[in-house]
Design a protein around this ligand. Structure first.
Ligand code: KMH
Ligand code: ZN
Length: 275
């Protein structure tokens, strides 16, 4: 059954350098401005990576807490912290993200080649993250970079139980060099595999780089939700750099409206996700 569209903005990520992508929000002020404007356009969730004073990715606990508080004060967005961080972040720092008391945190369901790097997610680490989120009342978004990550999720839920809130929401991250491709056929295959997960499981999808638009259209037509933002693409169209996260959210909102699946409000999104 299709409903409105949950729109998540992932404004920063850990991979792009501010020097190369000047429009990337890296300071708290830039993040707050982006968050407010994206919320006004129709985003309901913000997937947050933070940077240090030199604009390098960080998982500093103090900064994470300050960011969660500031986003709560300035917006009604659901605050989802990245537990993925950067590929170089140690597991202990990634686990501690949950202690910053966000509404949600990402939880990647397996290891994946990530360009020239490896995004490592050992089984024991996944179990620790999942159970820590259950204990702290943080709702996970399970990040799926490969179809096999859905099998791992089935195993996780079977052995360790449902997440806090009881609702399962996954995000297909498609088109990472080394992960599943950002194609309609793959999205449909991933959606079919949701049959093995608890009834009512919902999904968002995002396509990295040039797969952004095909994945967005495929997800809308398959009843899925959308994640967009400069974490995932810094090119708006061939030869045209993204000007802002707002530009990407506005395009997603336009597509969702064309599909007659308008953006969910933040209140509707909280209900859907069990936040
Ligand atoms: N930056 C990637 C290595 C997440 O946020 O949970 C991991 C990532 C996934 O972005
Ligand atoms: Zn991320």
């Amino acid at each position: 059954m299709t409903t409105g569209t949950l729109i998540t903005v992932a404004p920063t990520g850990a991979e792009s350098a501010k020097a190369e992508v000047p429009a990337l929000p890296v300071t708290l002020d830039e993040l707050l401005l982006t968050a407010k404007e994206c919320e006004a356009l129709g985003a309901a969730v913000i997937h947050v990576h933070i940077r240090d004073d030199e604009a390098r990715p960080t998982l500093d606990q103090g900064r994470l807490r300050e960011t969660v508080t500031a986003l709560r004060e300035s917006t009604d967005l659901i605050v989802q912290l990245s537990s993925g961080g950067a590929v170089t972040d140690p597991e202990a720092h990634r686990l501690a993200v949950v202690d910053a008391a966000p509404d949600m945190a990402s939880c990647t369901m397996g290891t994946v080649n990530f360009g020239d790097d490896v995004f490592l997610n050992r089984w024991e680490f996944i179990v620790d993250l999942h159970t820590r989120m259950q204990e702290r009342g943080v709702v996970p978004e399970y990040e799926i970079f490969e179809l096999g990550h859905l099998t791992a999720l089935q195993r996780l839920l079977g052995k360790y139980g449902l997440p806090h809130g009881g609702h399962v929401h996954v995000d297909f991250v498609m088109g990472v060099p080394g992960g599943m491709p950002g194609t309609t056929a793959t999205l449909v295959a991933a959606q079919q595999m949701l049959r093995d997960l608890p009834e009512g499981t919902t999904f968002s999808a995002t396509g990295i780089g040039r797969s952004t638009i095909p994945v967005m259209l495929a997800s809308l037509s398959a009843g899925g939700h959308l994640r967009v933002g400069m974490e995932d693409t810094v090119t708006y169209a061939k030869g045209r750099p993204v000007e802002s996260n707002m530009q990407l959210v506005a395009r997603a909102v336009g597509f969702a409206q064309l599909a007659q699946r308008p953006p969910l409000t933040t209140a509707q999104a909280r209900t859907l996700l069990g936040v």
